[in-house]
Design a binder for this molecule. Structure first.
Ligand SMILES: [Zn+2]
Length: 202
């Protein structure tokens, strides 16, 4: 039987990771499922082997398998090893920071076809307000395999709903063409009126 996909998307500070961990915990506690939590190597928060929410009221942290963002397929062996170890199927697989995972669409589809339920949390847009990785492509899989799409909510300092992740470098709005990795950058959720992107052409 095919699995179903639960997709959790939104900007920075929309509690995506907290929501992912909450659902993983529910499945473990009440559905008695084995939930394998995966973390791509590009995700640096929480350190290796741990998925950690920035929300202090959330589920905190959970042990995770760290894998190379450029090769999610290495996880298949880890799943087989885990199933051997626990003597049953891994029912569910939870992936945090899905926007960083190469071939996310194909990898998720493979897991669903193999009968795993899959939960994916991640950013829908990058700091340029462009689709981030393959997160938005996963909506097709929800349509085809069943499951749900959750738009995680964040709020701008003005109180309006924030759909964008404002990138700041040294406290100032980052330029459209600024490099992806800059020390000292930070992000905050902003509404359309307060999101600014210096140097954006269109
Ligand atoms: Zn605002």
């Amino acid at each position: 039987m095919q699995g179903k996909l639960e997709l959790m998307m939104g900007p920075m500070r929309s509690n995506k990771t907290a929501e992912l961990l909450r659902r993983a915990d529910m499945r473990r506690q009440y559905a008695k499922q084995f939930v394998l939590v995966l973390k791509p190597s590009d995700d640096t928060k929480g350190g290796p082997g741990v998925v950690e929410s920035r929300n202090p009221n959330g589920h905190g942290k959970m042990d995770a398998i760290t894998f190379n963002s450029t090769n999610p397929w290495e996880v298949l062996q880890a799943i087989r090893d885990k199933e051997q170890e626990i003597g049953k199927r891994v029912e569910s697989i939870a992936i945090d920071e899905g926007q960083f995972v190469d071939q996310l669409f194909l990898f998720t589809k493979y897991l669903l076809d193999a009968g795993h339920d899959v939960l994916v949390a991640g950013l829908d847009l990058d700091f340029r307000a462009l689709p981030f990785g393959e997160m938005l492509n996963l909506t097709w899989l929800v349509n085809a395999y069943g499951g749900s799409i959750t738009e995680c909510m964040a709020y701008c300092a003005c109180g309006a709903r924030a759909l964008y992740s404002q990138r700041l470098i040294d406290g100032k709005p980052a330029a459209y063409d600024s490099p992806i990795k800059v020390p000292g950058d930070s992000y905050e959720p902003r509404c359309a009126d307060h999101f600014v992107l210096p140097g954006k052409q269109h």
